[in-house]
Write a protein that binds this ligand. Structure first.
Ligand SMILES: Cc1cc2nc3c(=O)[nH]c(=O)nc-3n(C[C@H](O)[C@H](O)[C@H](O)COP(=O)(O)OP(=O)(O)OC[C@H]3O[C@@H](n4cnc5c(N)ncnc54)[C@H](O)[C@@H]3O)c2cc1C
Length: 385
């Protein structure tokens, strides 16, 4: 008989999609114990959903989340925990009291210019608009955008929204942050191109409850990893989905983020805007979007007496809540320094959107977690068996 070696103990920091996928896989497929610490008072990370007490409408507390993927492995994995409804995402934008399709498509162009262009006529028309500014070597965001779609469309749909998003004039933003502008020469109004999309029928929080229900998973809410760090055994394997700079006590400086502020309001009409997300393109309207979460669940029988709307404001993060990383050279250089430091911690896996300092969709987050589990964590356990 061979002696069995004790498995390493596993600690997951963060109960978002990254941490919950890792915990679920370790407990369900490897039958090992795993502790999950979450500093918030709820599971689900930024995908957390809850019911508004006033209207009874479920909303996504950190911004509207639509699940979409073409990754079969991720789709099969997530489908173990939920069914999805038939919600189909489209985005509209209001400019000068008129509503247009976003991203810019043939309907946007024809409606904006009051034309009836055919798809094969769009290139010529826009080329003549672009030529008016004669920008051959764009030096900033504004010039780059004009060189892609022409000044009128830029000024209507991109300029004001960008000022609100970044609190900077597009002339003061680098051309490099604008690789391309999503743009369609047809009437396709689907926001995503993926094989599967929808909203979980029972909401996002219900997914996390199922993922974390295995008795092998020990969940500690309201627990900040840094408050318990000195109690953790040195040989523990830590899957850390918190902010990478915080792990190193910000020794090289803080990575910058943009944050969002949300303002909820119950309105006494059944339907306020006819869609789940309406952008507001003009700079003088302080919010960037209005969410109306009842539209995420057309299958539900919500109250007809009132609806819930949520105005979204974009700001630079003052340390409250990181939402979007700033992909500029200064922050990338800082990130490289922290990456270098991670090599001193072979037992810690830095992951998820905060651990990688990277915008990741939910399906990418889950795919990365499944990959880490299969390639690094499962072998650690199987090698001991
Ligand atoms: C506004 C917005 C809208 C989005 N919409 C979509 C969408 O429509 N579709 C889509 O696919 N994706 C969307 N995303 C992306 C989605 O939110 C992410 O893919 C997902 O949240 C990433 O999961 P995560 O586990 O990496 O991070 P998180 O969900 O942020 O989870 C990390 C968890 O770690 C916890 N934590 C951090 N530090 C500590 C600590 N020291 N101790 C204990 N716990 C800690 C945090 O509290 C958090 O709960 C959106 C993102 C944003 C910002």
């Amino acid at each position: 008989m061979t002696m069995k070696t004790a498995y390493p103990s596993f600690l997951v920091v963060g109960a978002g999609f990254f941490g919950s996928t890792i915990a679920e896989r370790l407990a369900t497929t490897c039958n090992v114990k795993v502790s999950v610490v979450e500093r918030r008072n709820h599971i689900g990370g930024n995908c957390y959903s809850e019911y508004d007490s006033d209207t009874g409408i479920e909303y996504h507390a950190y911004g509207t989340h639509i699940f979409h993927t073409s990754n079969t492995k991720v789709w099969e994995y997530i489908s173990q925990f939920t069914d999805f409804n038939s919600y189909f995402h489209q985005v509209l934008t209001t400019y000068k009291d008129k509503v247009y399709q976003m991203p810019i498509n043939l309907e946007t162009i024809n409606s904006f210019y009051n034309l009836n262009l055919k798809p094969f006529e769009v290139d010529d028309y826009l080329s003549s608009e672009i030529a008016k500014d004669n920008i051959t070597n764009p030096t900033n965001f504004e010039e780059k955008a004009i060189s892609l779609i022409g000044r009128p469309l830029y000024e209507a749909f991109i300029k004001g929204y960008t000022i609100k998003q970044w609190q900077k004039h597009p002339q003061d933003l680098p051309a490099s942050i604008l690789k391309r502008l999503p743009f369609r020469k047809n009437y396709n109004e689907s926001y995503f191109h993926d094989k599967w999309q929808g909203v979980p029928e029972q909401g996002y929080t219900a997914i996390f409850e199922k993922m974390l229900e295995n008795p092998k998973i020990h969940l500690l809410l309201n627990t900040d990893f840094f408050d318990i760090r000195d109690k953790i055994a040195e040989e523990s394997i830590i899957i850390y989905s918190g902010p990478i700079d915080r792990f190193f006590d910000y020794k090289f400086g803080k990575l910058e983020w943009r944050t969002l502020k949300f303002e909820k309001e119950a309105i006494n009409v059944e339907d306020y805007q006819g869609t789940s997300v309406m952008n507001y393109a003009e700079a003088n309207i302080p919010f960037t979007r209005i969410h109306e979460p009842r539209h995420l669940h057309p299958e539900r029988d919500y109250t007809k007496d009132k609806t819930l709307i949520i105005r979204e404001y974009s700001e630079m993060d003052d340390g409250t809540e990181p939402y979007y990383p700033i992909n500029d050279s200064k922050n990338q250089a800082l990130l490289m320094k922290y990456h270098h430091e991670t090599k001193k911690y072979p037992n810690v896996f830095f992951s998820g959107r905060l651990g990688e300092y990277k915008y990741l969709d939910m399906h990418q987050t889950i795919a990365n977690a499944l990959e880490l589990f299969e390639t690094k964590l499962r072998p650690l356990i199987e090698n001991k068996r």
